[in-house]
Design a protein around this ligand. Structure first.
Ligand code: C2E
Ligand code: MG
Ligand code: MG
Length: 396
């Protein structure tokens, strides 16, 4: 993901396209939303660092968009533009500031390209801020946080398991996705610190939920590199004990490639993790070259079908065959099967019909903040009771 991501909303396509063009010449990645709904969706899944909005829109107007951004606790730098007089722009700017947004500037329409260029150049975030020193500071300084995505049972739509996904709340860049820093952590030797911090946050959340009466189990992702530390299992078990969490409430997700590195040391650590009571899950299954039989020799309890195959379920016969085969074979080997990346109802129905145990994906929910995860679960129970579990996100 680029360091500077500008989300543009304007109902006049020509103006939006002009802004995007200028932004690209200034070094931004730019995306245009044609409607308020699209704006909200893009803001959630793309986490722009900058937003530029037209105040007058036929659907959601600028004031409503500002309210939405404030509700989302957006850290984007917000610019507003309008053909109204300067006082309207100024009051929108003040409103945003009062609601806690970073209001970065105003532009009167018709826009002058030179003004826009100057503003965008001035607001750019330098690109070199994701490096070893910054990551080290982030881990030590509490800038990492977790989002939780439900794993929904497909036989009764019960939700008691979540996958914890790490995010970096960067002081300048805003929310940074793990794709941008996990491999950095692995490269520079920070992955053990990172995993320890993720485990600490996840265990604290499990304990807090249990304290409130929610018997939720959480999966965390671990890196193959973590398995080169011989004391990994002991360290994690100690963390559990210190935080009042039973290892049985914790699943460790490990990618197929990391797990498949059949080295004696890896088998040793995985076996010890199981003996201590942790559940083990093979993540992104199907992308590597290991066979299930090979992996079955390792002490895994769950397998997650990679989202590439799940995505293809509704369009490709080949992907359907792959998914069905993985489910059947995994069941025969006594493993629980999770499908990840299910984005629409036909996919979920296909998975349920073929007895996939659990399903995780945007159709049910995006990764959520901890408090939202619990209220989402309560809402899900109500939807199940009302026979509306398969109405997906639209019903949330
Ligand atoms: P993963 O473990 O396979 O996690 C699932 C990823 O798929 C998440 O991306 C999630 O947001 C995304 N996803 C879920 N449902 C859907 C869907 O329906 N459609 C699409 N297109 N995507 C969906 P995220 O959070 O960006 O994480 C990416 C990867 O980063 C993870 O893949 C995992 O390998 C790694 N990661 C995340 N958190 C951690 C962590 O704490 N430690 C380590 N070592 N790796 C982590
Ligand atoms: Mg995972
Ligand atoms: Mg995965």
């Amino acid at each position: 993901m680029a360091a500077n991501r500008l989300l543009i909303i304007d109902d006049e396509p020509a103006i939006a396209a002009l802004v995007a063009k200028v932004a690209k010449t200034c070094g931004y990645e730019a995306t245009i939303a044609g409607s308020g709904e699209e704006f909200q969706a893009r803001h959630r899944d793309w986490t722009p660092t900058h937003v530029i909005m037209d105040l007058q829109m036929p659907g959601l107007d600028g004031v409503e968009l500002i309210r939405f951004l404030a509700g989302e606790k957006s850290r984007a730098q917000v610019m507003v533009m309008s053909g109204f007089d300067a006082r309207v722009l100024e009051s929108a700017r003040r409103l945003g500031t009062e609601r806690g947004l970073t209001m970065a500037g105003t532009l009167a329409k018709p826009i002058r390209v030179a003004d826009l260029q100057k503003m965008l150049d001035g607001l750019k975030i330098p690109d070199q801020v994701i490096d070893e020193a910054a990551l080290r500071a982030a881990i030590a300084g509490g800038q990492l946080s977790l989002l939780y995505q439900p794993k929904v049972r497909l036989d009764n739509f019960a939700v008691s398991r979540f996958e914890a996904l790490v995010r970096w709340q960067h002081p300048q860049r805003g929310m940074v996705s793990p794709d941008e820093f996990i491999s950095l952590a692995e490269r520079v030797g920070l992955i053990d610190d990172l995993t320890r911090e993720v485990a600490r946050l996840a265990f604290a959340q499990i304990a807090a939920w249990r304290g409130q009466g929610h018997e939720i189990e959480v999966a965390i992702n671990i890196s193959g590199k973590n398995l080169s530390a011989v004391d990994f299992a002991d360290g994690l078990a100690r963390q559990c004990e210190q935080q009042g969490v039973q290892p049985g409430w914790v699943t460790l997700e490990l990618t197929e490639t990391a797990a498949g590195a059949n080295a004696a040391d890896v088998i040793d650590i995985l076996t010890r993790l199981r003996l201590k009571g942790f559940q083990l899950s093979i993540d992104d299954f199907g992308t590597g070259f290991s066979s299930l039989v090979q992996l079955h020799r390792l002490p895994f309890s769950e397998i997650k079908i990679d989202r590439e195959f799940v995505r293809g379920c509704t369009t490709s016969e080949e992907d359907r065959v792959i998914v069905r085969t993985i489910v059947d074979m995994a069941h025969n080997l006594g493993l629980t099967v999770v499908a990840e990346g299910a984005e629409d109802r036909p996919t979920v129905e296909f998975l349920a019909q073929h007895r996939c145990d659990l399903c995780q994906g945007f159709f049910f929910s995006r990764p959520l903040a901890a408090d939202k995860a619990v209220s989402w679960t309560d809402g899900m129970a109500e939807r199940v009771a009302a026979g509306k579990a398969l109405e997906g996100r639209a019903a949330v």
